[in-house]
Ligand binder design. Structure first.
Ligand code: CA
Length: 270
């Protein structure tokens, strides 16, 4: 598996309130990937997204619960810490963050969890499939048939988020299982990407099949070319299929060595 991530302030903003990371859990044979998009003025957003990511990394391996239980617990812990930090420092009051996490497991089912409008996309057989739906006002209006996707794209209420970590006392986390297939690619991103590029544009960049490092750079450049009005973060996991070449090559070399051996024996017998 190959993983690459990158974040960029964009062309308009002066600070980057997004954060991302991935954590390998050797003990559980799993990897947790996460993207958070901080909300709130001053330095609040930056602090909230950082607390979310750091807490996840620290908590995900803890506890004896099943994987979705550990994931839920780690997110709840992050939420409590953000609330606690905001209570301690008035400058941080009202801070919060979105969060999307992908728990990739070698054995058994994998899981996606999210709160807010950061997204997870799956790329499989040339298709793009969003695996999360935004917890935002505009997305809800689209689901209820009150706005068309085209209207939603231009709606001024674009950044009204209905769920986030650290905003209200209670938190509603959405979590679902995933079945992975070799060759899948998974992209976690903030709305600085999907708010500026349509799904099909994202699909074409990812489907080009470049290495993950290059793909995330190209996605960020495309968002900046489309205006770069927000911080943009992309984290891509590539479940590369094992290449058949090394095995073929090994087979070929073995055959050559076998023939050479036969030839040498013949020369020796002559
Ligand atoms: Ca954003």
């Amino acid at each position: 598996m190959r993983i690459a991530g990158a974040t960029d302030t964009g062309r308009i903003r002066t600070i980057n309130q997004d954060a991302f990371a991935f954590f390998e859990q050797g003990e559980h044979d799993e990897i947790l990937l996460a993207v958070a998009d901080g909300l709130g003025g001053h330095r609040g957003g930056e602090v909230a997204s950082r607390i979310a990511i750091d807490t996840l990394g620290e908590q995900i391996g803890k506890g004896a619960e099943d994987p979705p239980g550990r994931l839920m617990h780690a997110i709840e812990r992050a939420h409590e810490r953000i609330l606690g930090a905001a209570r301690m420092d008035r400058e941080l009051g009202g801070m919060g963050t979105t969060l999307v996490c992908l728990l990739l497991r070698r054995h058994g089912r994998s899981f996606v969890a999210h709160v807010g409008d950061s997204r997870l996309y799956r790329f499989r057989s040339g298709r793009i499939d969003p695996l999360t739906h935004d917890h935002s006002l505009v997305a809800m209006l689209v689901r209820e048939g009150l706005l068309s996707p085209e209207q939603a794209r231009k709606d001024p209420r674009q950044n009204q988020i209905l769920r986030a970590l650290g905003i209200r006392d209670e938190i509603q986390i959405e979590i679902s299982p995933l079945q992975l297939l070799p060759g899948d690619r998974y992209l976690l991103c903030s709305d600085g990407l999907h708010g500026l590029l349509e799904d099909d544009r994202i699909r074409r960049i990812v489907a080009a099949g470049d290495a993950p490092e290059r793909t995330v750079r190209e996605l960020i450049e495309a968002a900046n070319r489309a205006g770069g009005i927000d911080n943009v973060t992309c984290l891509l996991a590539d479940l590369t299929e094992p290449t058949p070449f090394p095995a073929l090559l090994r087979g070929g070399l073995a055959r050559i060595a076998g023939r050479l051996g036969t030839l040498l024996r013949r020369v020796g017998n002559a």
